[in-house]
Design a protein around this ligand. Structure first.
Ligand SMILES: [Zn+2]
Length: 562
């Protein structure tokens, strides 16, 4: 089989199909199981790499419409038929009861897929995707007229960094009013989704959607009760920290309370931080990785040398990006936009963490072994953010004078704490919704539930007079509609990442070595073992969260003192 992506990139189903037929005909005995899995991986990797390359080409700026069309055609003509064969191959492999080395966890995932799959749910899944596309289109079409310009809502983010409080409030109210216009349509989409999800769960023989979704996501290492425990710990140990930080913010802003438009602005009135951009940004990041760990630095050098990192300059755009995996080439590809703000640095660190994981898992022989699940993948990325944050100062090769470096870290730690509270709100909302489906089908009950959760986990923000806006706020949390029960993954990952950072404060060399070693396990171990290999604990408890929140608050205080 060709190894050059330019060559297999031209393949379509007529090239793949006979090879799949051969694979399906292969006798499945313990001695041939390795050949079977290797043959399967060779096909799946080629299809995956082609799809990823087409996706990257389609997403590059300026938009390549031909690539978008090719990507769509490839999914229809190759990816979907291959999925159908994969399902048969999985069933056969499970029937064989063969267990190759380092394959217990992938086998468990296969079993789960087989257990939860019901043909009758196929059309319902398709319907779910259609509704999700409608939601995404509605969100993307939300614009307001700002300073005479048609402006997409995410572009208002830059206004919230600005000193002019009246301007921030005006933008915020304009944005909230625009969201409220679509409220009834979102309510309708949500009701359809909740109904469909209940039906799919019932078709698959589960008591409710939460139980079904848990199984579908392959979650065997933690339970809904663990999540509820985590929410309670966040309420007890994170909420007071945010309340203290926001009280300091309020005093510095000189306002009576902290309103929703006061959260992003620098409380001392300084203009937003602007790191150097372009190749300099990448060069300095390379220097920081060199200080973290020479192996990680060498991966980053490879990315630079082979053009595997593309940064598109889009001032005013929301910071985003992703890391694709080119499975045959065993290389990552990072595509990210750079808006000229400090977010570029966090985004670059984050994507680099994902990229390191691609390098580290390159040696695993079978495709099923490489994906550890979102909790651990995000840990890999978030740990690099926290470890890299230690080197933001120019004195250690970073981007800013010492005072600005401290400010950037303070801002980020505050955002990380806030991420936990936001996660608790949206995760608790989902637990409520799928346990009380009849209430979740009532827009007024959803609105009231969201508002009460918000006030419980984030009482430090003053929403008085904005009750309608607060009640509608849940509709902008796209994960509720697009990726049910996924927000917990980031919360869990962040708690792991903070533990790795804490280890690095004592022994940076060992912390980095364990981090790398844990990445190399891919998805061959269960989550608690992956976390343990990285030097952390998969945790939901008071003690671990309190330690983490304390470290974050103490670090903020120390940086404040200068
Ligand atoms: Zn990520």
């Amino acid at each position: 089989m060709p190894t050059d992506p330019a060559e297999f990139g031209r393949w379509s189903w007529p090239e793949y199909q006979p090879l799949y037929v051969q694979l399906e005909a292969l006798e499945l005995t313990p001695s041939l199981a390795g050949d079977f899995l290797a043959g399967w991986t060779a096909l799946a990797d080629r299809i995956d790499e082609t799809q990823q390359r087409l996706r990257v080409a389609a997403d590059c700026d300026p938009p390549d419409t031909a690539a978008t069309a090719r990507h769509r055609a490839f999914v229809q003509q190759v990816v979907i038929p291959a999925c159908a064969v994969d399902q048969r191959l999985e069933a056969r492999f499970l029937d064989s009861e063969i267990e190759p080395p380092d394959f217990a966890v992938p086998l468990q995932a296969m079993r789960t897929r087989a257990e939860t799959w019901r043909p009758v749910n196929g059309p319902l899944r398709e319907r779910e995707h259609q509704i999700q596309r409608v939601y995404s289109r509605l969100i993307a079409a939300q614009t307001v007229s700002w300073k005479g310009q048609e402006t997409a809502l995410p572009q208002l983010a830059s206004v919230y960094d600005q000193k002019d409080r009246k301007g921030r409030e005006r933008a915020w109210r304009l944005e909230a009013a625009r969201r409220l216009v679509d409220g009834p349509r979102f309510d309708d989409l949500w009701q359809q989704l909740v109904g469909l999800r209940r039906e799919m769960a019932s078709n698959a023989g589960f008591r409710d959607y939460r139980e079904y979704r848990w199984r579908q996501l392959g979650r065997r290492d933690y339970t809904p009760e663990d999540c509820l425990r985590f929410h309670a710990a966040i309420e007890e140990f994170v909420q007071p920290v945010i309340t203290r930080l926001y009280e300091r913010r309020r005093r510095r802003l000189g306002t009576r309370t902290v309103r929703p438009w006061d959260i992003s602005v620098d409380p001392l009135g300084r203009p937003p931080l602007r790191p150097i951009d372009g190749s300099d940004l990448i060069e300095r990041a390379a220097g920081i990785f060199q200080q973290l760990d020479p192996h990680l630095a060498s991966y980053f050098e490879t990315m630079q040398a082979e053009g595997l990192l593309q940064m598109q300059h889009q001032p005013g755009e929301e910071p985003n990006g992703y890391c694709a995996r080119f499975a045959v080439s065993r290389r990552p590809f990072v595509l990210m936009n750079a808006s000229g703000s400090q977010h570029d640095v966090w985004n670059l660190f984050h994507q680099a963490g994902h990229a390191f994981q691609v390098f580290e898992t390159g040696g695993l022989p079978y495709q099923q072994q490489r994906h550890p699940g979102a909790e651990f993948s995000e840990l890999a990325a978030m740990a690099i953010e926290l470890l890299g944050a230690q080197f933001l100062s120019e004195q250690v090769g970073g981007f800013y004078p010492a005072a600005d470096a401290a400010r950037a870290r303070i801002e980020r730690l505050e955002q990380c704490l806030l991420r936990w509270s936001m996660m608790a709100i949206s995760d608790a909302f989902e637990h409520w919704a799928y346990e009380h489906v009849d209430a979740a089908l009532d827009p007024a009950a959803c609105a009231a539930q969201w508002a009460s959760l918000w006030l419980r986990y984030l009482p430090a923000v003053d929403w008085s007079g904005l009750e309608n806006e607060l009640q509608a706020e849940w509709q902008r949390h796209s994960s509720l509609l697009l990726h049910p029960f996924s927000s917990i993954e980031d919360g869990v990952a962040q708690l792991g990442a903070v533990q790795i950072w804490a280890n690095a404060l004592h022994d940076p060399i060992q912390a980095a070595a364990r981090y790398r070693q844990s990445l190399s396990l891919g998805g061959t171990r269960i989550l608690p073992e992956l976390f343990a290999a990285a030097g952390a604990e998969l945790a939901f408890d008071d003690h671990t969260l309190r330690e983490a929140a304390n470290l974050m608050e103490d670090t903020i205080d120390e940086l404040e003192r200068g």
